[in-house]
Design a protein around this ligand. Structure first.
Ligand code: NAD
Length: 495
């Protein structure tokens, strides 16, 4: 008997019923790799094989870029309102098939469902801009002249996404380029290609023309690098670690194209003594434990005003004691981390925290026995007595590990919050509007939340970071500017 036979059917979806095993999407066709090779996609909560996908390589990248380049001519001339309508149809299908998308993602990355799934909302928000891409008129020497600007799409865009949220990350990055008339070649992470392939299937069903969206599966080295280096790729949108992002920027620069980079984070949530702790604690818990801490915006540093430090720590321990850890079908708070390698990284940081003199106040171990032996499950973990500069305070852990740091003044809180190389996300909890405004102005982060975390509830946030968290913004009302280039047109005098 396989493990999945013991899982309630409502929590399962068979990937093979949604996407043909061993195929990827190039030029409107579901095709194997040119080499014929495939690799397995594993469920991190059960280690069962969910499916096999093509092990793409340079020949597949060439085919996909050729398809995207060929489709560009027709797509850029498709009326913008038609482009918007097709993308809205895609969003409708994402809503209609939200259960399949959620179950695929649960099974691929081990994360319990969170609702509502934001894919359709994100697509719709940007799709509505398709027919609002405008140029400007310019002053001229003579009144019977006309000068204006047009906004031109670039062509084929490379999009590379990580594994930690394929269901929302991929559509959010595809839709901006597409409204402007660009076409895309997308490389999903090897750990989580199935959700992205199914999203492409839904885009096909929506009637988005062949070649406008292409998906090539495979490794960073075999697919990602040749894709970024391809001479017909005109722009890159990369989401992933700062290390890989740096490599991507170098490759893109070698043929003079820019890359939008959305990279790692080490986000600070600041709690002042006047904060409403009943409101703050659930946000702080969710901020670090969502997706087992495997979130770029994870609030992995908690900066707390010294006078309430012990109260906050006790409340956090009480809240962590209620956290459930298990496979997605038990609907726990937290699932496993993605794989053994990630687990080793997280446990390595926990060891480093102890060695550096921080106090392990809660958790800190790998869970074992029964269901826990089927995946890599790590206890929700709290470090106290953390000092600015320790590795667990500076480096992205990408696991359920919270570092608590006490501060004595507003200036100190801001200095510590801004004191890492990262600048993706921050939050402040206070009932004093002035303190919140001052923090928001001084925070070096692409997103600042006040009395909430991770911008929860907002749509259209210009996603992106400061400093080593990357540059460029995606999926906001600025998308028409990000994904077009300005062309000036000047008409001479007519007589
Ligand atoms: P990663 O950098 O290892 O991989 C990201 C993607 O890049 C994958 O598809 C991978 O196959 C590909 N890749 C790897 N090496 C490559 C190369 N040499 N050339 C081209 N492509 C290559 O990151 P990950 O482990 O998949 O994801 C976790 C990281 O992503 C964390 O650092 C996290 O903070 C970050 N992230 C950032 C955001 C954001 O919006 N800022 C969102 C999600 C995740």
């Amino acid at each position: 008997m396989t493990i999945t036979q013991t899982i309630p059917a409502a929590f399962l979806v068979d990937p093979q019923s949604l996407i043909e095993d061993g195929t990827m999407f190039i030029g409107g066709k579901w095709v194997p790799a040119a080499s014929g090779e495939t690799f397995e996609v594993l469920n991190p909560a059960t280690q069962e094989v969910l499916g096999r996908v093509p092990r793409g390589g340079r020949a597949d990248v060439d085919a996909a870029v050729a398809a995207a380049t060929a489709a560009f001519a027709g797509w850029r001339e498709t009326h913008p309102s038609v482009r918007g309508r097709l993308l809205n149809k895609w969003a409708d299908l994402c809503d209609e098939h939200v259960r399949e998308l959620e179950r695929l993602e649960n099974q691929e990355i081990g994360r319990p469902s969170f609702a509502p799934n934001p894919a359709a909302t994100n697509i719709r928000y940007i799709a509505g801009l398709a027919d609002k891409i405008q140029g400007t008129s310019l002053p001229t020497a003579d009144l019977d002249q006309l000068a204006l600007t047009l906004r031109d799409p670039f062509g084929a865009i490379a999009i590379i996404v990580p594994w930690n949220g394929p269901g929302w990350a991929a559509p959010k990055r595809i839709v901006g380029p597409l409204i402007a008339g660009n076409t895309v070649v997308l490389k999903p992470a090897s750990e989580a290609p199935l959700t992205v392939l199914y999203l492409a299937k839904l885009a096909e069903e929506a009637g988005i023309p062949a070649g406008v969206i292409n998906v090539v599966t495979g490794s960073g080295r075999d697919v990602g690098e040749p894709l970024v280096l391809h001479p017909d790729i005109k722009r890159v949108s990369f989401t992933g670690s700062t290390k890989t992002g740096t490599r991507i920027a170098e490759l893109a620069a070698s043929h003079q194209i820019p890359a939008i980079l959305e990279l790692g984070g080490k986000s600070a949530n600041v709690v002042y003594a006047d904060a409403d702790l009943d409101l703050a604690i659930p946000h702080l818990v969710r901020g670090i434990l969502d997706n087992s801490g495997q979130a770029c915006v994870a609030g992995s540093r908690l900066l707390v005003e010294r006078s309430i430090e012990q109260d906050v720590i006790e409340r956090l321990k009480t809240a962590f004691a209620k956290v459930t850890v298990g496979p997605w079908y038990e609907e726990p708070t937290m699932g496993p981390v993605i794989n053994e390698a990630q687990g080793e990284t997280v446990l390595g940081y926990i060891k480093a925290g102890v060695e550096e003199g921080a106090t392990l106040a809660y958790g800190g171990s790998r869970l074992t026995g029964g269901k826990y032996d089927l995946g890599c499950y790590i206890e929700p973990t709290i470090f106290t007595d953390v000092r600015a500069g320790m590795r667990i305070e500076q480096e992205e852990i990408f696991g359920p590990v919270l570092s608590v740091i006490a501060f004595d003044s507003e200036d100190e809180a801001v200095r510590i919050a801004n004191g890492t190389r990262y600048g993706l996300n921050s939050a402040v909890f206070t009932q004093d509007v002035g303190k919140a405004v001052r923090f928001a102005r001084r925070s070096e982060a692409g997103l600042v939340s006040v009395n909430t975390t991770m911008g929860m509830g907002a749509v259209g946030i210009p996603a992106g970071g400061f400093k080593s968290s990357g540059y460029g913004r995606i999926a906001s009302s600025d998308s028409p500017l990000e994904w077009t280039q300005t062309k000036a047109v000047v008409f001479g005098k007519t007589a």
